[in-house]
Ligand binder design. Structure first.
Ligand code: HEM
Length: 414
C-alpha cells in the first residue's frame, strides 16, 4: 500500500491543505533537520525543519534567491507553467529576489521608510481605524460572523493605505483588488490583470506624491525621497515594486497573525484567563502565537550555489531549499520539551518567524504594533467573543507560503 505522507522513494509530500497543520509541522520536525520534500506538481526540494539549521541556511551566502542557480529550472524539469512559480520573486527590482550587494543596497535605501519610528507615527491612525471597524461590528454582533472578512482582513489593509498616504476614496479600490488577489479563487490570467492594475495604481500614486512632495509625510513619500539620495538612489520602478511587495509580503501575514492569536486564545481558555488576570501581557501572547502558529509556513525558495554539507546531509549545487518556519518552531532543543504547547509564559527560545539573516522581515515593527493595538481593543469591546464552530472544524485555506484560515466564524456576544 502506498504511504499518504511520502513518495515511493521517501520524499515527504507537502500538501497545500494538510489535514492538520500542527501535526504536519510536528511530523516534519521529527523527520528533520533537513527533509527531502515533494511540492504539489511533483517539484522536489529540501526543507529545513530544525531551528538551528533553518537559521544557518537563512544566513549562509551560499544559498541565494536567484533562480539562475536552480538546476531543475535551468534544465526544464520545472517550467514557467508550474502553478507555484508565481510564489518565487524573480524581478530584480524586488528586494525579495535579490542577493548580496544589490540586496544590501535596497535594504539600506528602504531602512528609513520601514523604521520603527516611521511606523510608530501610525499608532493614532491604527487606533482610530480599529475603533471605527469595531463600531461597525456592533451592528452585526447579534449573529455569527466571519471575523476574517469582516474585521481582520480590513483593518491591516486600511492601515497600509494610511501608511502609503492613499486618499480616502481609493481605499475601497485598493482593498477590492487585494481581496480578489488573495481570495485563492483567481485564475492565473486574472492574477496578472490585477497585478497590472495595482502597478498602475501605485505608479499614479507615486507621480501624484512627487508633484507635491514637500507636503507629503508618509511611506510613499519617504521612498520617493530615496530616489534622490546618494550615488545609487532608488529608481521609480523600485519604488512602485516596493509598494507592491509590502502589501504582498505584509498584508496576509498580518491578517493570519490576528486570526491565529484570536484562535489561540479561544482554544486555550487557561492562557486567556491568565491574560485577563495580568499574568501574561498581550506582547507575550502575540509572540507565542508567532512561534506556535506562525502566520507563514515554508514557501520561500533559496538555491545552493555550491555543494553544501549541512545538518548531516549534502545539498547539491543547484538544489532548492525551503525554510519551514512552522516545523522549526517545534524544535525541543530551542524551545524545550513542551515546544508543541501554546504557552505565553514561555521563557525559553527565540522564534524566527520574521526570518533571520539578510532578508529578515523589515515589516516586523508594523505587524507587532498592529497586533498590540487591534487585539486588545477587540477583546475589550467583545469580552465574550467565542468561536461559532468547534476549533477542529476551522478550515485551512492554504499552508504553503502562508498558514491561512478560510474563515474565522465567531459569535461576538453571548
Ligand atoms: C506577522 C506578520 C509577518 C510575518 C510573519 C513576516 C515574515 C517574513 C519573513 C519570514 C520574511 C523573510 C523571508 C525570507 O528570508 O525568506 C519576510 C520578509 C519581508 N517582509 Fe515580512 N512578515 C510579516 C509582516 C510584514 C509586514 C507588515 C511588512 C510590510 C510593512 C512586511 C514586509 C516584508 C518585506 C518587504 C520582506 C522582504 C525583505 C527582504 O527580502 O529583504 N512583512 N517577512
Amino acid at each position: 500500500m502506498s504511504c499518504p505522507m511520502h513518495t515511493s522513494d521517501g520524499a515527504r509530500l507537502i500538501h497545500a491543505v494538510p489535514d492538520d497543520v500542527q501535526a504536519d509541522r510536528e511530523g516534519l520536525f521529527t523527520e528533520g533537520p533537513l527533509v527531502r520534500v515533494e511540492l504539489p506538481g511533483g517539484v522536489r526540494a529540501w526543507a529545513t525543519t530544525h531551528h538551528g539549521v533553518t537559521k544557518a541556511v537563512l544566513n549562509d551566502p551560499r544559498f541565494v534567491r536567484s533562480t539562475d542557480h536552480w538546476e531543475d529550472f535551468r534544465n526544464g524539469t520545472v517550467t514557467e507553467s508550474w502553478p507555484l512559480m508565481g510564489t518565487i520573486p524573480r524581478d530584480d527590482t524586488n528586494m525579495l529576489a535579490l542577493d548580496g550587494a544589490p540586496h544590501r543596497r535596497m535594504r539600506r535605501l528602504t531602512a528609513g521608510p520601514f523604521s520603527a519610528r516611521r511606523v510608530e507615527r501610525l499608532r493614532p491612525d491604527i487606533e482610530r481605524i480599529t475603533d471605527r471597524e469595531l463600531d461597525r461590528l456592533e451592528s452585526l454582533a447579534s449573529r455569527p460572523l466571519d471575523l476574517r472578512s469582516e474585521f481582520t482582513f480590513k483593518v491591516p489593509m486600511t492601515v497600509i493605505g494610511e501608511l502609503y498616504g492613499v486618499e480616502g476614496r481609493e481605499y475601497g479600490q485598493l482593498g477590492d483588488m487585494y481581496a480578489r488577489l488573495f481570495s485563492g479563487t483567481t485564475e492565473e490570467g486574472e492574477h496578472l490583470r490585477i497585478y497590472g492594475a495595482l502597478y498602475q495604481f501605485f505608479d499614479e500614486l507615486v507621480a501624484r506624491k512627487r508633484a507635491d512632495l514637500d507636503n507629503c509625510d508618509d511611506f510613499t513619500a519617504d521612498l520617493i525621497r530615496a530616489t534622490e539620495e546618494g550615488e545609487q538612489p532608488l529608481t521609480d520602478e523600485e519604488v512602485v515594486v516596493t509598494l507592491l511587495t509590502v502589501v504582498a509580503a505584509g498584508h496576509e501575514t498580518t491578517v493570519n497573525l490576528l486570526n491565529n492569536t484570536v484562535r489561540a486564545l479561544l482554544a486555550h481558555p487557561e492562557a486567556h484567563a491568565g491574560l485577563r488576570r495580568g499574568e501574561y501581557t498581550w506582547e507575550q501572547v502575540v509572540e507565542e502565537t508567532l512561534r506556535h502558529d506562525a502566520p507563514n509556513n515554508l514557501l520561500m525558495f533559496r538555491f545552493a550555489t555550491e555543494d553544501v554539507e549541512i545538518g548531516g546531509v549534502r545539498i547539491d549545487k543547484g538544489e532548492a531549499v525551503l525554510s519551514h518556519y512552522g516545523a522549526s518552531a517545534k524544535d525541543r532543543a530551542e524551545f524545550g520539551d513542551d515546544a508543541d504547547v501554546f504557552d505565553p509564559g514561555r521563557t525559553r527560545g527565540r522564534h524566527i518567524t520574521f526570518g533571520y539573516g539578510p532578508h529578515i522581515c523589515p515589516g516586523a515593527p508594523l505587524s507587532r504594533l498592529e497586533a498590540g493595538i487591534i487585539l486588545p481593543r477587540l477583546f475589550e469591546r467583545f469580552p465574550d467573543l467565542r468561536l461559532a464552530v468547534p476549533d477542529e472544524e476551522l478550515e485551512v485555506a492554504t499552508a504553503l507560503s502562508v498558514n491561512s484560515l478560510k474563515e474565522l466564524p465567531v459569535l461576538l456576544r453571548p
